[in-house]
Design a binder for this molecule. Structure first.
Ligand SMILES: Cc1cc2nc3c(=O)[nH]c(=O)nc-3n(C[C@H](O)[C@H](O)[C@H](O)COP(=O)(O)OP(=O)(O)OC[C@H]3O[C@@H](n4cnc5c(N)ncnc54)[C@H](O)[C@@H]3O)c2cc1C
Length: 509
């Protein structure tokens, strides 16, 4: 594999998942070909390359969970499986001529802003390069989180995370412990339940689960979607519209979620007859506070005689004995962690050093924030896709990615208009005003008021989700307002540190 020694590019994109590939398409459409996509792995696909666990599928319907500019009339199911989504992303790379731009095995190890030269110095596992602009699409759910469990090192069996499934481990007849009850765990449990000898689920917090309206998309529908593209657009439009209408209940009227709670309660009672198990599986927080999960076979799987639910997190491992926080003990041959990802402490933040010589992780000590979810102050020409407060509780993240890519395209246009060696640095006051607006809207949301602790929160503050519709997010990111930025030229020199007056304990901007 050739190195990347001393190349200079207009744009360096990091990551080849939906975000990075989408950025690459958008760049080419803007007539920009002087860019590379730096990917640490050896293939495109991001989350859909890395998550190969049994039962892995999207939980937003495929016709919405795909690019608007790359419709796929052939999605096989409402909720298509990982192999189909991964194949779709491979096709996107081919169809849009992205291959020449892809650099695999190029993990970005450090990014350093050079104020004198007005560009980024990028160190990768394949060598170094410089770039005028960096678009970071390293993914919010790309780096698995493994909890620190005393005694885990001494466990004699196989241990792996759901996002790094070990396919060499034969689960047939084994005593398997599943740790966690998030979106991955509830897909895994029913997918492996029949083959394992014994399954023990360690559940720190029960999830609210709704029926999954999944079905095969018929040949006739697919034919229609191919021959009459308007039917495909209509399908996507309806899926999108329904979710837009739901947003108000999440963000403004959490009380309405009570009705949905009843549906979820009935869904559970249909499959689970044992009152003790029902009690253990009933959440004590408002539905929607944590991600609502969709499954028709999770509860039936938990009701099987060889499946046990420990209503507590895993506290300790003693040889082959797993001990729950409530003292329950269970024997296991294999431990599977479905314990989520580094979401509010994204690893790339430790590797980016901005104009003031501090890392993004240092600046984000008090919580992530960026102008319009995209540009943090003090990090000129650095755009982050699925940045702070851009996540969705109920719809497709591809809508968010596309909204941010429109912002990226306008950002590059603005740089061109300004001309010469130039960079934009978000004004701390603009970042503050935007963050305050987001946090004000967040106050009433179910995520903040629903009585749960979730991965959306960072020390009680929601820095991950967007408290509005995707239409509103699109409006926020439609164009770059130059008044919100400082324009930097080579003679401008380093940005002076400013003392933040708002938000005690936050990184100064
Ligand atoms: C199992 C699973 C199911 C999901 N289902 C849905 C769903 O149904 N609907 C939905 O809206 N969202 C879903 N998501 C969320 C998902 O994260 C986003 O929808 C989307 O895939 C994010 O795309 P991305 O390109 O931003 O990140 P990713 O797909 O995570 O891609 C990030 C890429 O960056 C690379 N990378 C990271 N760090 C570096 C580095 N330092 N140097 C070089 N490369 C690097 C990674 O290797 C990876 O290829 C799901 C996530 C998971 C894990």
């Amino acid at each position: 594999m050739a190195g990347l020694t001393h190349e200079h590019v207009r744009v360096a994109v990091i990551g080849a998942g939906f975000g990075g590939l989408g950025a690459a398409v958008r760049l080419r459409r803007a007539g920009i070909t002087d860019f590379v996509v730096l990917e640490r792995a050896d293939a495109v696909g991001g989350a859909w390359r890395d998550n190969t666990y049994p039962g892995c599928a999207c939980d937003v319907p495929s016709h919405l969970y795909s690019f608007s500019f790359a419709p796929n009339p052939d999605w096989p199911r409402n909720f298509s499986g990982q192999p189909h989504i991964r194949a779709y992303l491979e096709r996107v790379a081919d169809t849009f001529g992205l291959r020449p731009h892809l650099r695999f095995g190029a993990e970005v190890r450090s990014l350093r802003w050079d104020s004198g030269a007005v560009h980024w110095e990028v160190e990768t596992a394949r060598g170094s390069l410089t770039a005028d602009v960096v678009v970071s699409a390293t993914g919010p759910l790309a780096d698995p989180r493994m909890p620190d469990i005393p005694g885990l090192d001494g466990f004699p069996g196989a241990v792996f995370h759901s996002a790094r499934w070990d396919h060499t481990v034969d689960l047939r007849g084994k005593r398997v412990a599943m740790i966690g009850t998030g979106a991955s765990a509830i897909q895994i449990v029913p997918a492996i339940e029949r083959e394992v000898g014994q399954l023990t689920l360690f559940q720190r917090t029960p999830a609210w689960v709704l029926p999954r309206m999944d079905r095969r998309i018929s040949g006739v529908e697919r034919w229609l979607h191919t021959k009459v593209p308007a039917t495909r657009a209509l399908r996507r439009g309806v899926l999108w519209g329904i979710r837009e209408l739901q947003v108000g209940a999440f963000t403004k009227r959490p009380g309405e979620m009570r009705f949905v709670e009843r549906l979820a309660g009935a869904h559970m009672r249909r499959a689970v007859k044992d009152p003790a198990l029902r009690a253990a599986l009933t959440p004590d927080y408002r539905i929607g506070c944590k991600r609502i999960l969709l499954s028709n076979d999770y509860y039936p799987a938990l009701a099987q005689p060889h499946v046990d639910v420990v209503p507590a997190g895993l506290k300790e491992v003693r040889g082959t004995t797993l001990v729950g926080a409530d003292g329950t003990e269970a024997e296991a041959d294999v431990i599977i962690f479905g314990t989520g990802f580094h979401v509010t402490d994204v690893p790339i933040a430790h590797r980016v050093t901005g104009a003031r010589g501090t890392t993004l992780a240092e600046e984000w000590k008090g919580g992530m924030e960026a102008l319009r979810g995209t540009t943090p102050a003090g990090f000129p020409n650095f755009l982050t896709i699925i940045g702070p407060n851009t996540g969705l509780g109920n719809s497709s993240m591809i809508l968010v990615i596309e909204a941010q890519l429109a912002y990226m395209a306008d950002y590059l246009r603005q740089l061109d208009t300004l001309g010469g060696k130039v960079a934009l640095d978000a004004r701390p006051s603009a970042v503050r005003a935007y963050t305050d607006m987001v946090q004000e809207r967040m106050r009433r949301t179910v995520w903040n008021t629903g009585g749960c602790d979730s991965w959306y929160l960072d020390n009680g503050r929601n820095t991950t989700l967007w408290p509005g519709t995707t239409t509103e997010l699109r409006r926020e990111t439609r164009r770059v307002d130059l008044a919100e930025y400082r324009v930097l030229r080579p003679h401008t020199g380093p940005v002076k540190a400013t003392v933040s007056t708002a938000g005690a304990g936050r990184g100064s901007r």
